[in-house]
Design a protein around this ligand. Structure first.
Ligand SMILES: Cc1ncc(COP(=O)(O)O)c(C=O)c1O
Length: 374
């Protein structure tokens, strides 16, 4: 069976993990601090704050920015449900806006129509790693006097005009879930240009503590920490950070491989009249975290039938990106704008297998199977 995705670990990750286990540091120790420094440096950001996942990172950011009960946050419905859930965890209301079918990213005109007096932020997702139009949303956020928070869960290493996604963000959050290019098992990283926000986030991720265990242990004097406000356990462990450091160092290699594999799929499907490949603008460097293919009206089968036929040939796929407003958890949410592009993408997109160790022969098998069915 060809899987949809598979994390890529080598001997270096194994050695780093063993060394971390033997070091005596279990959580939020020197490796977490080193991973944060390396991540911030890789992006050219001022601060990076490691957390237990992208979901908890998004929740922490919303909480730290004072967004909660009675507030609204604009989100795309077409996203992994974690995007909407983070807003709900903060006590605020997710308000769904539509996407642009070409890039699967939030459509600025649709988002503008959803803004109300209660809107406090726009949660802009870089869907499947394809960079969203940050400049347009920065203008919209400024005009509406709301925050712009970037959900960069899938976008590590993607670029616009040579600048990595998140490099210029006020605040952005990345994921290290096993489907992402860089994985720590579970994990997340917040990046921000605000030193004050970073300080608050570091405290809140560890129950509102006044100083980290690491700083306390490093002190030559006895220090008694205080817990200044009600916070969370959203910590990353040193074991995860040790693996993350090795993975981050290999990111250029991971991206080069994905782009080569992505281009192979693109070449195979680009000219087919019933298929739409990812729309990658000339100024965009796409990390091909996920290969999303969309069936157009001329296709001979439905998306679900295609998935079934591929499964019967030993090829695993996933439905494209979910639409939160169609899931039972959010079905009762009243829509403020219509979501036709979201519904279309949700109905017709499919995720094809793509992972570092996938061979050209595996890809050819997938390509032949898709073309013979579609
Ligand atoms: C767009 C988006 N946001 C958030 C998340 C949640 O990330 P995590 O699993 O690290 O909480 C995901 C995970 O796939 C995602 O795709």
């Amino acid at each position: 069976m060809i899987p949809v995705s598979r994390p890529h670990f080598g001997i270096e990750e194994e050695q780093a993990a063993v060394a971390a286990l033997r070091s005596g540091w279990v959580t939020q120790g020197p490796r977490v601090a080193e991973f944060e420094r390396a991540f911030a440096a890789a992006l050219g950001q001022l601060e990076a704050i490691a957390v237990s996942s992208c979901t908890t990172g998004l929740h922490l950011v919303l909480h730290a920015l004072g967004i909660g009960r009675g507030d609204e946050v604009i989100v795309p419905s077409l996203s992994f449900i974690a995007t909407a859930n983070a807003v709900a965890h903060a006590g605020a209301t997710p308000v769904f806006a539509d996407i642009d079918l070409a890039t699967y990213n939030l459509d600025a005109a649709s988002a503008a129509k959803t803004i109300s007096r209660r809107t406090k932020a726009i949660l802009l997702v870089h869907q499947v790693g394809l960079p969203a139009d940050v400049a347009a949303f920065r203008r919209l956020a400024r005009r509406a006097r709301v925050r712009l928070i970037e959900d960069a869960a899938c976008a590590i290493g993607s670029q616009v005009n040579g600048r990595p996604v998140g490099a210029d963000a006020d605040v952005a959050v990345f994921s290290f879930h096993p489907r992402k290019l860089v994985t720590t098992g579970e994990g997340g990283m917040i990046v921000t240009r605000s030193r004050a926000l970073a300080r608050r986030l570091r405290s809140l991720r560890h129950h509102g503590v006044s100083m980290s265990d690491f700083a306390r242990h490093a002190s030559g004097k006895v220090v008694i920490e205080a817990y200044r406000e009600v916070g969370y356990n959203y910590r990353m462990t040193d074991l995860q950070a040790a693996v993350g450091l090795v993975q981050l160092g290999r990111l250029p290699e991971f991206i080069a491989r994905r782009q080569e594999q992505g281009a192979r799929y693109d070449r195979a499907f680009a000219k087919h009249p019933a298929l739409a490949i990812p729309d990658v603008a000339p100024d965009v460097g796409f990390n091909y975290q996920t290969y999303l293919l969309r069936l157009l009206p001329g296709a001979r089968v439905s998306r679900d039938a295609l998935m079934q036929r591929l499964l019967e040939q030993g090829i695993a796929t996933r439905r494209g990106v979910m639409a939160a407003h169609r899931e039972p958890a959010y079905k009762k949410t009243r829509l403020r704008v219509p979501l036709p592009a979201t519904n279309e993408a949700n109905r017709t997109a499919i995720v094809l297998p793509l992972y570092h160790a996938m061979t050209a022969a595996d890809q050819d098998r997938v390509i032949e199977a898709v073309l013979s069915v579609v």
